[in-house]
Every structure is written in structure tokens, then in C-alpha cells.
Design a protein around this ligand. Structure first.
Ligand SMILES: CCCC(=O)OC[C@@H](COP(=O)(O)O[C@@H]1[C@H](O)[C@H](OP(=O)(O)O)[C@@H](O)[C@H](O)[C@H]1O)OC(=O)CCC
Length: 536
């Protein structure tokens, strides 16, 4: 492997192309400098960096969702009309003016289109090159989450809950984890029974255990929607299975079913064969009015307009309100808080689902578990929570982020995981001393979500990650990096004894804030010293 030419180069980060005569059109002025593109990043170095303050920046290629060419080589207007715009998956976009005479844009655009979209270019993700050249990490992040170790920590299996081997080779539900914990009564009935329950749940994502209360045995189970359809057909096996969940908790006589969706959307899903648990006996159903991936994608787009490339001081709050971003955050937090309250105070068992059970359901179970179990507010526990409720339960990271694909308009993309991390930040803002880590960890996780340097967030399911792409062997886990640098994320106010509490909150909109530390981080907060104001 080539020697490192620059101190900043990472293992496996081969140089691809350099352009020394390019101008960065920043929000606060034109800055001439050099662009270096490698297999991992786009880097800009201002020509006389000392006089302009530090205008250097690095953008991992995984951040890029669109490369836009502006101006044509023939146009004669000012040079800044000819160049390219690099649009990023976090709020920013970067505009460069290239040198018309030398047609310097072409090599840059070709390099970006090839290496920012490895799936489209049929190249391996940078994560594979990085792992090849890295020394073996001292901590193997792939073993931080062991399902049976985590369930043992929760106190199961026990006399009422046990493993089923029905999905050991992912043949039952290929978007689900291999290890599933189900009511003992259901497992003892037969695998046929479980298969019949699976036939009544979208993609066989049957209700399985996420978390059990250490003292009351109240449980959080999760699933996808029942396949009731327009005939609102019922399933004896599905209803019997839910009764098993009720019977496994001596403190309650009914199962609280939380359908994350607006009722109208749940009804519309009947047209696709879906639906909801209509008058199941011993069950109480309620809708949480959390909107779908399409509404969420649009909401972030509007929030971004309020913030980047600069805050519109006159219209900011109107634009934030019109985005409804904080309203969506609130609906998720309200749902998770009600789930936590019903499990903790009413000692009830709850079932959480939505349409597919991999977006809103993951948000609700993980936020409720974060409130109920202080373990998940430690660095290791937070890694376990994300591996369990997001990675292993088939949140489609690859499609929701659009890893490596040049398909900016793909309607499968949506910032659902970002919404979850934003909710964690809102809880941290109110109860920071109950977390072992600070928001630095949250921002690090979001950056590595896009960068594709680690294998943790690649692909759409445990099966794809482990069986089809063998990520545990070919890539390094994000948690190796995080845990090797854990001091970076430690919260000095954290006292594990006092933090060992249940957080029960009623998230009023007045307690919620725009996470400016993240969404506003690319805005020039002050004029870089010596930077000239863009000439009008
Ligand atoms: C005649 C065809 C009917 C039809 O296409 O229904 C489709 C529904 C889509 O259902 P929705 O629940 O509104 O939307 C779904 C959820 O966001 C789901 O995530 P989650 O895991 O959180 O459930 C995603 O995985 C699906 O891709 C998405 O389609 O659309 C609506 O309900 C919108 C109504 C305004």
C-alpha cells in the first residue's frame, strides 16, 4: 500500500485527483485553494490558510448525495458561474468555481461520481479498503452486542419467555434478527402456530420481545402491522399469541397496543392488505399519529431551508414552524414517554408497531428503553440499543440513507434515524446528567452514519450484513472506534448511581429546541478573519 502522502490520510485512503486552481464559494466569500479527492473524502485547503482563518474542510464522500455541474465551459460570465455544487446528506452543500480555460471540472466530477457512489459504480465501499489497511482494533465492536448476553442481562429466558429457533437461518422473517424471544406458551404450542402468526404479520415480523421490566415482568414487544386487509380478516393464531403476551405479565389484564401511525394511514394500509388490531379481546389499541417516511423527508428539507446556507433572521421561526420538524419530534417523544409510563407506572405490557415495524417502531422502542433502563444511557449500552433495535431488527439503513447510490430522488430515503438521534438529544438536554456520554457521541454517530468508513450502518438487515456481505469479517464496527476513543464522549456531570433512574417525561413543545449544534454547525457563526465579503 502506498506511503501516506498527507498526515490526514486514513488507511486505504488512496489519492484520486487534485485540482490546485479552484475557488470555494463559501457563504462568506470566495476562497481560492486546492481540492484533493481520495477514495474516502473530498478535501479543500485554502491557498493562504493562515490569513483566512481555517477554511480547510473535509467531506467524506459518503456525505454526497448529488454532484451538480453549474455553468457551461463556453459561458463567458464571471468564473464563479462555471463549476460544481456538491450536495450533502447533512444540511450543507459546497459550491466550487472551476477554471473555465483548463476545463478542470471534468476530472473532479468524474472522480466524485465514481467514488461517492460505489454501489452505482460497482466498487467496494471504502469501509472494506479501510478495514484491509487498518491494524486490528483492540476492541471488536462487532461483539459489543450479543443478543443472548443482552437478554440474559434483562433476565430472560425465564419461565414465561424463551427463544425460538424459527428464524435461525432467516428463513422465517429475513428482515428480522436470527435470535427471537417469544412467550413460552406460544413456543411450546408449535412452530406451525408461529408460522400462522407470521402469515398474519407483514413480512412475518411477528411480535417479539424488545425489553422486559426487571421487577414487574411488564414487556415491550414490537412487530409489523397485522395483515387484516379490506375484509379486516382476523387470525385466531395472532390473537392467541397476543393473549400469551398478556398472560406472561401477572400485573396486567390487557395488552396496550401502540400503532405509531395516524389512524387514517393505518386504514389506507388496509388497501395494501395491512391494517390494525380491531377489537382483539384483552387488547387496547391506540394510534400515536406519527407521520410516515415521506412526510419526515419533506419536513427536514424545509428545516434545512430555514438554516442553510444562512439563517434568514426575519423568517427563521416561521420557517421552522412550517417545517413541522419539532412537531414530529414531539409526537415521537410523546409516544415513547407514554409507552415508558404505561410499562413503569401501570405495569402493563405493550406492543409497538407501525406499517413495516422498522422505522417508527424502532424510534419508539429505543426511546422508551432509553427512558426505562439506565444501562442504555451508558456508551456501551447505547451501542447495544442501536445494534439491537435498529441494526438487528432491520431498519433499512442502506435505503433510508442511500449509501453509495446515485439516486438523489429515491423516495425510500428518509432521515428516520436522524430523528431518533435528535430525540435523544432533546432528552439529553433535559436530563443530561443521566447520560454517561455527551452530544459529541451523537454527532459522531451521525457523521459515521453517512461516511461509510465502518460496516455498522451498511445494508438493510442483519441477514444482509452478516450472511450476504460478511461485514463482521470485511469491515470494522463503528463501536470499535467509539469505544477506543470513549474519553472523547464522556459526560463530566454523569454519576452512575444517581443516573440509575427511570426518566418519565411529558415532552411539552416548549421544552423542545432546534439542535443547532448539529444543524447549524456549517453556518459561519462569525466572519472568518480576513475573509473578504463576496462582492455583490
Ligand atoms: C392504495 C394504496 C395504499 C397505500 O399505498 O398505502 C401506503 C401508505 C404507506 O404507509 P405509511 O405507513 O404511511 O408509510 C410507510 C411507513 O413510512 C413505513 O415505515 P414504518 O416502519 O414506520 O411503518 C415505510 O417502511 C414504508 O415505506 C412507507 O410506505 O400510504 C399512506 O398511508 C399515506 C396516506 C396519506
Amino acid at each position: 500500500p502506498g506511503m501516506k502522502e498527507f498526515i490526514w490520510q486514513l488507511p486505504g485512503e488512496e489519492l484520486v485527483v487534485t485540482d490546485r486552481s479552484i475557488v470555494y464559494i463559501s457563504p462568506i466569500g470566495k476562497i481560492p485553494g486546492k481540492v484533493i479527492i481520495t477514495r474516502y473524502r473530498l478535501r479543500f485547503e485554502a491557498k493562504d490558510s493562515q490569513s483566512r482563518g481555517n477554511c480547510n474542510f473535509d467531506i467524506p464522500l459518503g456525505f454526497i448525495y448529488k454532484v451538480e455541474k453549474i455553468g457551461h465551459s463556453t459561458v463567458t460570465r464571471g468564473e464563479s458561474n462555471y463549476g460544481l455544487i456538491v450536495h450533502c446528506k447533512d444540511v450543507q452543500y459546497i459550491r466550487f468555481a472551476a477554471n473555465q480555460a483548463t476545463h478542470s471540472r471534468r476530472p473532479l466530477v468524474e472522480a466524485l461520481l465514481k467514488y461517492a457512489f460505489p454501489l452505482s459504480s460497482k466498487l467496494p465501499f471504502y469501509a472494506v479498503l479501510y478495514a484491509k489497511e487498518c491494524q486490528r482494533p483492540t476492541i471488536n465492536g462487532w461483539t459489543i452486542y450479543e443478543p443472548k448476553k443482552e437478554f440474559a442481562r434483562q433476565g430472560v429466558p425465564n419461565e414465561l419467555w424463551q427463544y425460538t429457533d424459527i428464524n435461525t437461518t432467516y428463513n422465517f422473517a429475513d428482515t428480522y434478527p436470527r435470535v427471537l424471544m417469544v412467550p413460552k406458551a406460544a413456543a411450546l404450542r408449535s412452530n406451525l402456530h408461529l408460522r400462522l402468526v407470521g402469515e398474519h404479520r407483514s413480512r412475518q415480523r411477528i411480535p417479539v420481545l424488545s425489553w422486559i421490566h426487571p421487577h414487574t415482568q411488564a414487556t415491550i414487544t414490537r412487530s409489523s402491522q397485522p395483515m387484516a386487509g379490506i375484509m379486516t380478516k382476523k387470525s385466531n393464531d395472532d390473537e392467541m399469541y397476543l393473549r400469551d403476551i398478556v398472560d406472561a405479565n401477572a400485573n396486567a389484564h390487557q395488552l396496550l397496543i401502540f400503532d405509531a401511525r395516524p389512524m387514517m394511514n393505518a386504514k389506507v394500509n388496509r388497501a395494501k392488505g395491512g391494517g390494525f388490531e380491531e377489537n382483539y379481546d384483552q387488547c387496547a389499541l391506540q394510534f400515536l399519529n406519527i407521520h410516515n417516511i415521506h412526510v419526515v423527508r419533506e419536513s427536514l428539507r424545509k428545516l434545512r431551508e430555514a438554516i442553510y446556507p444562512r439563517v434568514d433572521e426575519k423568517n427563521y421561526w416561521r420557517m421552522v414552524d412550517e417545517s413541522k420538524w419539532l412537531n414530529h419530534i414531539q409526537s415521537i417523544m410523546e409516544g415513547a414517554s407514554q409507552i415508558a409510563h404505561d410499562v413503569e407506572q401501570k405495569k402493563c405490557s405493550v406492543l409497538v408497531h407501525c406499517s413495516d415495524g422498522w422505522d417508527r417502531t424502532a424510534q419508539l422502542t429505543s426511546l422508551a428503553m432509553l427512558q426505562l433502563d439506565p444501562y442504555y444511557r451508558t456508551i456501551e449500552g447505547f451501542a447495544v440499543l442501536i445494534e439491537k433495535e435498529w441494526c438487528s431488527f432491520g431498519h433499512k439503513f442502506s435505503q433510508r440513507i442511500g449509501h453509495g447510490e446515485d439516486k438523489p430522488g429515491d423516495s425510500e430515503r428518509s432521515p428516520v434515524f436522524l430523528q431518533f438521534i435528535d430525540c435523544v438529544w432533546q432528552i439529553m438536554k433535559l436530563y443530561g446528567h443521566y447520560f454517561e456520554f455527551t452530544s459529541t457521541l451523537l454527532i459522531e454517530i451521525l457523521d459515521e452514519l453517512y461516511a461509510c468508513r465502518f460496516g455498522t450502518f451498511l445494508y438493510n438487515s442483519e441477514k444482509q450484513r452478516i450472511v450476504e456481505h460478511r461485514c463482521h469479517e470485511t469491515t470494522i464496527s463503528l463501536w470499535s472506534y467509539i469505544l477506543e476513543n470513549r474519553t472523547k464522549y464522556l459526560n463530566p456531570l454523569y454519576r452512575s448511581q444517581e443516573a440509575s433512574v427511570v426518566i418519565l417525561m411529558t415532552p411539552s413543545i416548549r421544552h423542545l429546541h432546534v439542535w443547532n449544534e448539529y444543524y447549524g454547525r456549517h453556518n459561519p457563526s462569525v466572519l472568518a478573519p480576513g475573509s473578504e465579503i463576496a462582492k455583490r
